[in-house]
Design a protein around this ligand. Structure first.
Ligand code: ZN
Length: 257
């Protein structure tokens, strides 16, 4: 079962790089792409009039506005990095997984921050970080959530679509977040493959809620093309961000005048 899980998981853990000795900074390869977000999420275009004011002493109005992530601490963990390129050396992508998932993670972090979350990233450039260190960051900051972002690979090139992983014995919050991310991917027509369990270190080597999102398969030609496009990176980041907001967000009432 463990072997099967690893096979399905593809790149999630680095079997090809088992010797993790040197956790020191590695700034080896310069980024080959510069990613500039250039779209406006809907919470920025929403008019103030869209919010229902809260009036004390009266019946609480029906919730209509977006939720806020204020007060939440979220760890965004771009998979791989530095000497560990991830799954990119296989499949139809000529760009390593580590670069793709960093782009998606940067956009995800930007969106979560814009919604009020305190966001901590395990890396913001191309460096190697041991899995144990990534997990430890979740405990160190007492995070409300750790999201690890990856791209997948499989022996069968016809397999496509994002997959969400949670621990074998996930917390209620982990399950809830995974469910909402899955819903959000689905409603954005990103065709998620569903939620699976796996004992990945970034999911189980700490005590905080956590999910790992595989954003698609680099071994599938169409997925690889999508994963190398900035529209897909933005779309998948927004779907994840919406899922997190729907599960961890709180109602954002304007204070009474
Ligand atoms: Zn990976």
């Amino acid at each position: 079962l463990a072997f099967l899980t690893l096979l399905l998981a593809g790149c999630s853990e680095t079997q090809s790089h088992p010797t993790i000795v040197d956790g020191s900074r590695t700034f080896s390869t310069p980024r080959h792409t510069t990613y500039t977000p250039d779209y406006t999420p809907d919470y920025k275009t929403k008019k103030t009039a869209d919010y229902k004011p809260y009036t004390p002493g009266k019946t609480t109005p029906a919730y209509t506005g977006p939720k806020t992530l204020r007060g939440r601490t979220i760890i965004v963990d771009p998979g791989h990095g530095g000497k560990d390129p991830g799954a990119g050396e296989v499949g139809y992508s000529n760009v390593f997984e580590k670069h793709i998932v960093l782009d998606i993670s940067m956009e995800l972090a930007r969106q979560l921050k814009a919604r009020g979350a305190r966001v901590i990233m395990t890396r913001i450039d191309d460096r190697f970080i041991p899995l144990e260190n990534r997990a430890a960051i979740a405990d160190k900051y007492n995070a409300d959530l750790l999201i690890s972002v990856h791209a997948d690979s499989a022996p069968d090139s016809s397999v496509f679509g994002p997959t969400i992983y949670i621990a074998d014995n996930p917390s209620y919050i982990s399950r809830k977040v995974a469910g909402k991310i899955n819903d959000s991917l689905y409603t954005n027509s990103l065709r998620p493959r569903g939620i699976r369990n796996a004992a990945f270190k970034v999911l189980v080597n700490h005590s905080r809620p956590s999910v790992l999102v595989e954003c698609g398969y680099l071994t599938n030609r169409a997925d690889a093309n999508r994963l190398n496009s900035s529209w897909y990176k933005k779309k998948v980041a927004q779907a994840i961000s919406n899922g997190v907001t729907n599960s961890l967000g709180s109602r954002n009432y304007y204070p009474a005048k």
